[in-house]
Design a protein around this ligand. Structure first.
Ligand code: ZN
Length: 519
């Protein structure tokens, strides 16, 4: 027996039961043994879920709600979010009609330093639905720490039922246990025999009744009556399907953080992956990080060392600078077919790199990566939606996609997310490193060059307070570009000459404009 890497799940399933020298005859026996062990483990987990209770860690009624509903394994995951709530703080609250928008700061420790990540939670007080930009619920079905914090703030005692997924309920009755299997024990045998006898009878009746419409209707209403007397809930399957559609619909949302109530009822299916014919549309909107990967024939003879360097992905520095407060060390790349790739980001805005996982991704689409490009659409919180465009790509087109680090001369990038007073005020205080660089050039004024026009701006240096500011001209620049609170500016300063030009990218440069990918 041999299994391929793609079916790792099989390896885990048969772990300890078969090996490479297992014969077919042994395999048949071991298959039964593996199934029996699985069933046994499931029974044990069921037993502990039903008969023991994990204590709640907080005084929240929502936690109690999950405690009574979820299996132990899932409740542990929920509890982790409750625990992590203590690292989250509400930073800003804005009202938009009936909807409240919370900005939540989360402290995380990375390489011994404390860093902050920001998330937006939209809360609808009417329905008590909430939606967080981290999309944990959409991806994993677990209500995230940020939403829990907001629900606590809003005095929500119980979460709506749609946040309690039935698939993880310990009260779900497993029907497949009624089907006879080789590992079934004798105690369950009489129950199964009854079940099979009943099914056989139902099939006989259904076969006759389906001939006539009236007979079918009568049979159905009779069955409903019987179901009522037996206390069978007919909506079970329906609610399970609903759970799935909730997850499905949100998965492909972009960073649009509409409250969930607005998109309820709309079933968004996964996009169908269709191979594009011919060359890609040249007018296609560019995405956040555009990369091209070239696979040469010589790869086959590459040394191990070379293969490792293949694992490095180059990241657009403007993108890294613009989102430096948000980007964490682990990124999830989700492709159109629902495959997720996890890559490691080095958190270095000067030389941003993907240090792990990139090469593995190349191996997944190996034959086709030659002459194709991947578009990355950043949807927030370290998640990217990727689309792989197969097919020929012209040389010019390819060059416009390539980011190889050498395209950038020796430049420094600084990003600022404008506060209200910075966007409206007469000056901008510069970060220390940015200020030092400007001062080191001995400049008294700089030209702030945006995409429309340049604005001359004076540089104010205070030696005693060790501060540097953009003074006269800043207000004009803000007015010219209509800057407002929350806009992210990336300043690019050339380190080589004594330039007075500072290029300013407002909410992303042309190469970092965020557009949804059309599929
Ligand atoms: Zn969240």
């Amino acid at each position: 027996m041999s299994t391929t890497q793609r079916s790792e799940g099989m390896n885990a399933f048969f772990d300890g039961f078969i090996n490479s020298s297992t014969t077919l005859q042994q395999f048949v026996h071991q298959y039964d043994n593996a199934l029996r062990q699985k069933a046994q483990k499931e029974l044990e987990a069921d037993f502990s879920s039903m008969n023991t209770t994990l204590p709640c860690g907080s005084q929240s009624l929502i936690e109690r709600q999950y405690q009574t509903e979820y299996t132990q394994a899932k409740f542990v995951e929920v509890q982790n979010e409750f625990r992590s709530r203590m690292n989250c703080f509400i930073k800003n609250i804005t009202k938009e009609g009936t909807i409240t928008r919370y900005t939540v700061k989360e402290d995380v420790i990375w390489e011994g330093e404390c860093r902050s990540k920001f998330h937006v939670v939209v809360f609808d007080p009417v329905t008590t639905y909430s939606h967080c930009s981290c999309q944990l619920f959409e991806f994993r079905g677990i209500l995230c720490r940020h939403s829990l914090l907001v629900l606590g703030q809003e005095d929500v005692r119980n979460v709506p039922t749609k946040y309690v997924l039935r698939r993880w309920s310990k009260n779900v009755r497993r029907r497949h246990t009624l089907i006879k299997a080789s590992y079934t024990n004798n105690i369950e045998d009489s129950k199964m025999q009854r079940y099979q006898a009943l099914c056989k009878r139902f099939y006989d009746i259904a076969e006759v009744a389906c001939d006539s419409e009236t007979a079918s209707d009568n049979l159905l209403s009779d069955l409903n009556c019987i179901a009522k007397t037996l206390g069978v809930c007919t909506s079970t399957t329906l609610s399970m399907v609903n759970d799935a559609s909730h997850m499905d619909g949100r998965l492909h949302g972009n960073e649009d953080v509409r409250p969930s109530s607005e998109i309820d009822g709309i079933l968004v299916r996964s996009p169908v992956a269709v191979k594009r014919k011919g060359r890609p549309r040249t007018k296609r909107l560019q995405s956040t990080v555009e990369k091209i990967t070239k696979k040469k024939k010589s790869h086959a003879t590459k040394t191990k060392h070379a293969r490792n360097s293949n694992d490095i992905g180059y990241v657009d520095r403007h993108f890294a600078a613009a989102f430096q407060n948000e980007l964490g060390p682990t990124w999830s790349l989700l492709d159109n077919n629902g495959h997720t790739h996890v890559v490691t980001y080095n958190m270095d805005t000067v030389n941003p790199r993907i240090t792990n996982g990139w090469g593995q991704m190349r191996n997944i689409y190996p034959e086709r990566l030659n002459d194709s490009h991947i578009s990355f659409h950043y949807v927030g919180n370290n998640n990217f939606h990727i689309t792989i465009y197969f097919g020929a790509c012209s040389q010019e087109r390819r060059e416009s996609f390539i980011y190889d680090g050498t395209n950038y001369p020796d430049t420094s990038l600084f990003s600022v997310k404008l506060t209200k007073s910075q966007a409206r005020g007469s000056h901008l205080d510069l970060q220390i490193a940015f200020g030092n660089l400007i001062r080191s050039k001995g400049l008294t004024q700089v030209m702030l060059l945006g995409q429309k026009d340049g604005v001359m701006c004076s540089v104010l240096v205070s030696v005693t307070r060790n501060s540097t500011k953009f003074g006269k001209g800043w207000k004009e620049f803000c007015t010219e570009y209509g800057l407002k609170e929350g806009d992210v500016l990336v300043f690019e300063v050339n380190n080589l000459g004594n330039d007075i030009l500072v290029e300013v990218y407002i909410n992303g440069c042309p190469c970092t404009v965020i557009h949804p990918i059309s599929v």
